[in-house]
Write a protein that binds this ligand. Structure first.
Ligand SMILES: [Zn+2]
Length: 350
C-alpha cells in the first residue's frame, strides 16, 4: 500500500489537473458576461465590436459572423464550405467589392486545430478589419475578393470549450492538417491515439473533403492557413526539403510580410515549413501543388495555446497586416529579387 502522503500528493495532482483545465474557459465565460456582443453589428465599425474582448464559443462566433453578413449585405456573403463528422456546417464568408462572382479571391482559413483559439480570433479580426475598410470604400488591394473560413474544426472547437481545452483533432480523432495527400510516403506514420494521426486515408474526413471540393470549384489566387502558436510565417514545402520551384519568390514574400507585420509590432520569423518540422498531409502542400498558387501558413505569435483575451486585437492587427501584404505581393509573384533569408528550428505540433 502506498503511504497516505503519496496518495494525498497524487490526489492533489489530479485535482490540480482537473481544476487547471477549465480555467481558461471559465475566464472567457466570465469575460462574456461582462462584455456581451453589441448587436446588431454597427456598420463600418465591426472590428470595434466587443466580440473581440473575449474568446468566444462556436455558436457565438457563428452568430457574430452571420450578424456581419446581415449588416453588410452588399459586401459579405455566407457560403457553405463543408460538413463536419457531427454534421455541423463549416461556413465561409466571401468579402467582395463587386457583384461579380468570378473575381479572383484569396482563401484564408483557421481552426483546423481546435485548441488554437488565437488563430481563429485573429482570422475573424482580420476579416472585420477588411470589411470595415471595404465599407469605407478603401479595401486594399482592391484586386481580390477574400473568402474567410475562420473555424474549420467546428466539432473539435466545441470539445475545447467543454471537455478538453487542448483538443487538436476532429470528432473522429483525425488531425485535419495531416489528412491531405502528399506525394511522399511518411516513414513513421502516427498511431491513432497520436495528436497528429493522419486518418485511415487522405480525404477520409468530411471537413477535408468539403474543403477540397470547395477550393477545386473556384479559382483562388492564393491560400493562407492560420494556426497558433510560435510567431512564424511558414512557406512550402513541409513534407520535403526539396525546394519549391518558386522558393526565392516565397522567401521574398515571407520577408515582406514579416516587415509589414513588424510595423504593427508583430515579431515573426520566416522559414520553410520542413525546417520547423517535416510533416505529411498538410493543407499548405496540397493547395501549393494542386493549384500552383502562393500557399503559406502563419503561426500566430505567443508561447502557448492558452493566451489572455487581451491579446486578441493585437494578434488580429498583425494578421490583417500580413494578409494585406500577402495580397499585394502575390500580384507580382514570379518576379526575381535578391533576398536574405534566415532560419530557426523548432519542433512542436502547432
Ligand atoms: Zn495548428
Amino acid at each position: 500500500m502506498a503511504p497516505v502522503g503519496t496518495l494525498l500528493a497524487t490526489l492533489a495532482a489530479l485535482l490540480l489537473a482537473v481544476a487547471s483545465f477549465p480555467a481558461d474557459v471559465l475566464t472567457n465565460r466570465a469575460c462574456a458576461s461582462k462584455f456581451p456582443i453589441a448587436s446588431p453589428v454597427e456598420r463600418g465599425r465591426a472590428s470595434f465590436n466587443d466580440f473581440f474582448r473575449c474568446f468566444r464559443p462556436g455558436n457565438v462566433i457563428a452568430s457574430f459572423l452571420d450578424g456581419l453578413v446581415d449588416a453588410h449585405p452588399q459586401l459579405l456573403r455566407k457560403v457553405s464550405v463543408a460538413s463536419t463528422v457531427q454534421n455541423a456546417t463549416v461556413a465561409g464568408y466571401r468579402l467582395s467589392l463587386s457583384e461579380s462572382t468570378d473575381r479572383p479571391a484569396i482563401y484564408v482559413q483557421s481552426g483546423l486545430h481546435a485548441r488554437e483559439w488565437s488563430a481563429i480570433s485573429s482570422t475573424i479580426f482580420a476579416l472585420t478589419t477588411l470589411l470595415d475598410d471595404a465599407n469605407a470604400g478603401s479595401m486594399a488591394p482592391a484586386a481580390f475578393d477574400w473568402v474567410f473560413v475562420p473555424l474549420v474544426n467546428v466539432d473539435g472547437y466545441e470539445v475545447s470549450w467543454t471537455t478538453n481545452r487542448l483538443q487538436r483533432k476532429n470528432a473522429a480523432g483525425v488531425d485535419l492538417n495531416r489528412n491531405y495527400p502528399s506525394p511522399y510516403v511518411n516513414p513513421s506514420p502516427a498511431a491513432t491515439f497520436d495528436e497528429d494521426y493522419a486518418g485511415p486515408a487522405p480525404w477520409s474526413e468530411p471537413e477535408t473533403r468539403g474543403i477540397k471540393n470547395f477550393v477545386e470549384d473556384r479559382a483562388f489566387a492564393g491560400f493562407v492557413d492560420v494556426h497558433s502558436y510560435g510567431g512564424s510565417i511558414l512557406l512550402p514545402y513541409g513534407d520535403t526539403a526539396t525546394p519549391h520551384k518558386d522558393a526565392a519568390q516565397y522567401a521574398l514574400l515571407g520577408r515582406d510580410m514579416k516587415e509589414a507585420m513588424a510595423h504593427v509590432n508583430g515579431s515573426y520569423s520566416v522559414q520553410f515549413s520542413w525546417e520547423l518540422y517535416v510533416a505529411y498531409g498538410g493543407f499548405q502542400e496540397y493547395v501549393a501543388r494542386a493549384f500552383d498558387k502562393p500557399s503559406i501558413t502563419i503561426e500566430m505569435r505567443g508561447d502557448d495555446f492558452i493566451v489572455p483575451a487581451a491579446t486578441i486585437v493585437q494578434r488580429g492587427r498583425e494578421l490583417h497586416r500580413g494578409l494585406v501584404q500577402f495580397a499585394k505581393e502575390i500580384q507580382r509573384f514570379g518576379d526575381n529579387h535578391d533576398h536574405n533569408f534566415t532560419t530557426a528550428g523548432r519542433a512542436k505540433l502547432n
